[in-house]
Design a protein around this ligand. Sequence first.
Ligand code: SAM
Length: 276
Amino acid sequence: MRELLARGREFLERKGVEEPRREAEWLAAHALGLSRLELFLALDRPLEAPEVAAARALFVRRGRREPTAYVTGAREFYGREFRVGPGVLVPRPETELLVDRARARLAGRSGARVVDVGTGSGCLAITLALECPGTRVEAVDSSARALEYARENARRLGATVEFQLGDALAPLAPGFDLLVSNPPYVDPAEAATLAPEVREHEPPEALFAPLGEPDHWARRLVRAGAERAAPGAFLLIELGHDQAARLGAWSELAGKPHATFRDLARIERVLEVGPL
Ligand SMILES: C[S@@+](CC[C@H](N)C(=O)[O-])C[C@H]1O[C@@H](n2cnc3c(N)ncnc32)[C@H](O)[C@@H]1O
């Protein structure tokens, strides 16, 4: 086992993977079906050829800079495991702030109608359905592949969410009480700044706004969301790292109460609009 881990670390380091030692341990544990503690307890155990081959296959995929979550097939979000793979965005830790804000808005409200626009793996819709019993949750995505993951995640985690394939708010009846969304907000002109794991493997439709218009989706959601929301509703939209600085220029926000919330890196990450 020690030799496998040392070779894995060297290989991943050569391929430019960050934290190659931790990654090699993580992937080897996954390939062998061990916890990290079990992996360390087995450091001196000789390995069978199929075990070595299984671990090597994962090292090779990670060496091609596939996201770790695609290689292992899962990522934790808000304490639950979501299945992910090519074709769906890997849930990010900063998006958990959006769940916190949504829970605060839904506290003490039974029967609220929540919509998630651009649901991807379903991480927001499913988490809210499970954390806020009594809410009715609907979720939309324009990617059929993403919706396959979202439906499978809802089934595995025991959440009731109505998923719909379609464009933005089009499939949703008006009158929702809370809209949540983590829309695409990367300007394609900035693509070169993204890590290879993101740029080369995650779905472009989940990452990129139209060229030169990184605020396109957030502004459209504020506009269309405000038109279709129930009286007193809130919109919660995730922002890219530099988006909040431009909010003052958004005509869509004029006259609407709004606030931003910072993530753990102190970035203004969530825009809250309302009560509408
Ligand atoms: C940044 S990802 C967010 C995924 C997930 N909500 C999360 O936070 O991990 C954006 C999602 O919006 C979807 N999307 C992009 N354009 C869309 C559109 N016009 N209508 C609906 N969904 C769209 C993408 O397929 C992708 O799943």
